[in-house]
Design a protein around this ligand. Structure first.
Ligand SMILES: NC(=O)c1ccc[n+]([C@@H]2O[C@H](COP(=O)([O-])OP(=O)(O)OC[C@H]3O[C@@H](n4cnc5c(N)ncnc54)[C@H](OP(=O)(O)O)[C@@H]3O)[C@@H](O)[C@H]2O)c1
Length: 320
């Protein structure tokens, strides 16, 4: 069986699936995986779409426009809604608390209202930042205690779902990276580009977690839909490492000298939002219930490298 056959085994067929934030990194990975065999309805902020597919329709909509969002769901009648749209900048959320709450919490309340009207199942993407990072590894039943506003908003989105009467799944993830056109730079892009410019880098060695290839997260979510599983799932890469170790692996993967990266401590950065020190996930539940094993960091970086190469060929070297 080829790798593609294995992947297709994880993909649902003939469902109507609405993806919010379809132009984001995860949104595009979900689109790529699901669109060949399902009817995809994409929603995002910017007018026009660069995605195309046989059964694909795109709608420009700010999900904080509650009544419009509910009307759209009623008109489009999806069987599944996957909410990837969010305000994701952790320090930005600390500065813009009201805007963060509107996107990350109030919009989820509107999605729930729409989902209830059409009987759709809602998959909400959440974060490791719902934990304080003091007692890893974290499994799905562990106590939450977010440190910053972003984590608080993500936990609140989980809680409105838990308090609702609709069918739902929460997919928590962390340190997401991958290749997709027109997305904002992720950690791997940032390190790679700085090293390509010949710069030296200082990266924290006291923040640990599981770097996650966005393709793997998309596969885990597809599997949840295929199996119709509900509840909470931790979906991340299989390996826990510090950001410094991750940066060194990125350097090695791209033939750059890792000694140009120096370890520093989080306290030296004076970041606005506090971060969990170690939010390593326990992946036993996805291994057991989804029969799904995400890639190691090196395997994931090899996929990233191949996809970047393909994107650079198709865009004539202008990718990212
Ligand atoms: N990235 C990580 O390391 C990480 C870690 C843990 C969890 N997560 C979660 O994973 C999910 C996907 O992350 P990602 O990295 O794929 O995010 P992303 O690349 O920033 O994609 C999010 C997409 O949603 C759109 N969007 C934002 N606000 C919107 C609104 N009000 N209405 C409609 N669309 C809106 C964005 O448009 P604009 O670009 O125009 O704003 C963007 O296209 C998020 O829920 C995030 O909280 C991410």
């Amino acid at each position: 069986m080829t790798a593609e056959d294995v992947l297709q085994e994880f993909v649902p067929y003939s469902e109507r699936i609405l993806i919010t934030g379809c132009h984001g990194l995860l949104g595009q990975k979900l689109f790529t995986l699901l669109s060949p065999t399902n009817t995809i309805i994409g929603l995002d902020m910017q007018p026009g779409t660069h995605l195309s597919g046989r059964d694909y329709s795109y709608h420009t909509l700010d999900i904080t426009r509650g009544p419009d969002l509910i009307d759209a769901i009623v008109e489009l009648r999806p069987r599944y809604i996957i909410n990837t749209a969010a305000m994701t900048g952790v320090d930005h959320c600390e500065d813009e608390k009201e805007a963060c709450w509107r996107v990350n919490v109030l919009a989820v309340e509107s999605l729930i209202k729409g989902a209830r009207k059409v009987g759709a199942h809602l998959v909400q993407v959440s974060s490791d930042y719902v934990f304080n990072g003091k007692q890893p590894p974290y499994c799905e039943t562990d106590r939450t205690d977010p440190l910053g506003y972003y984590g608080k908003s993500k936990l609140a989105s989980e809680n409105v779902l838990r308090g609702s009467d609709i069918s739902f799944t929460i997919a928590r993830t962390q340190v997401l990276f991958g290749v997709a056109p027109k997305t904002r730079p992720n950690f791997v892009d940032f390190i790679r580009l700085k090293l390509e410019e010949g710069l030296e880098l200082s990266i924290v060695d006291d923040q640990l977690g599981n770097p996650t290839l966005a393709d793997d997260l998309a596969t885990g979510i597809a599997r949840i839909i295929q199996l119709r599983n509900t509840g909470i799932y931790h979906i991340s890469g299989s390996e826990s490492i510090s950001r410094y170790e991750f940066a060194c692996k990125i350097a090695a993967a791209f033939g750059e000298d890792p000694s140009r990266i120096k370890p520093i401590k989080t306290a030296q950065l004076k970041q606005k939002a506090p971060r969990p020190e170690n939010s390593t996930f326990c992946l036993d539940k996805i291994n057991r219930e989804l029969k799904f094993r995400p890639r190691s960091t090196i395997e994931a970086l090899m996929v990233y490298k191949e996809q970047l190469h393909e994107l650079q060929i198709t865009t004539g070297g202008n990718a990212k």
